[in-house]
Design a protein around this ligand. Sequence first.
Ligand SMILES: Nc1ncnc2c1ncn2[C@@H]1O[C@H](COP(=O)(O)OP(=O)(O)OP(=O)(O)O)[C@@H](O)[C@H]1O
Ligand SMILES: [Mg+2]
Length: 242
Amino acid sequence: MLAHATVLQSQTQPFIHVDNVCRRFTHGSGTQTVLANLTFSLHRGETVALLGRSGSGKSTLLNLISGIDQADSGTVVIDGQNLSLLNERDRTLFRRRQIGFIYQFFNLIDSLTAVENIALVLELNGVKPALALEKTQKLLETMQMADKASHFPAQLSGGEQQRIAIARALIHSPKLVLADEPTGNLDAETGRHMLHLLKTKIQASNSTLLLVTHSLAVAQTADRILTLDHGKIQERTGDFAW
Ligand SMILES: Nc1ncnc2c1ncn2[C@@H]1O[C@H](COP(=O)(O)OP(=O)(O)OP(=O)(O)O)[C@@H](O)[C@H]1O
Ligand SMILES: [Mg+2]
């Protein structure tokens, strides 16, 4: 009975619930409220686009959801786990296992090759190095990046670094992928290919994707569109000019 109730609960509860979250930054000139009592939910398996003007707080929000940063008040609950109740070590472990993050500025490790940057995620999750390399090589092939496997980030173009960053976020089939403008540095055709790959992987593992984008065309491929404006989230309804 209890097990049944738990299953039902996990089906009806949102996968991610952001509740009344505030994030402020203090500068020399005063305090800036970036996220103001923000509340919204994401359900398991859905792809949600997040639009908002530059400086509206999109990356700040992704950092809070991933547990890299912490809210000044309010809670972020992922799969029933309140992130603020975890200590730093457990938050790191949670992020490492459950989340794939495609950073706006890639955040690749300069001293590791492309293949090592990606395989590291698997190794940190306990996969043996030989198997981690094998899996990574396979993924690089599907991303048409196999010939760049032994390049260091500085030897890759911006778009190639972005593809490595996408591969690193997907390699461990995480339940949640946070993507901060994942196609921003790619030409139209490569961008479409990467978006397709991202979605195929997400769907195969019934994962949830939160996708920051400045492109309405990219946003329109999502199940839902949220907009962030003046610290508040709104669901997009009907057509609007961006
Ligand atoms: N660590 C920080 N310290 C101080 N201010 C910060 C910090 N991080 C973000 N901010 C401020 O918060 C605001 C939102 O920044 P954020 O990077 O989240 O915007 P964004 O919506 O991702 O913009 P873009 O589309 O340009 O990437 C900005 O005004 C920024 O200056
Ligand atoms: Mg940003």
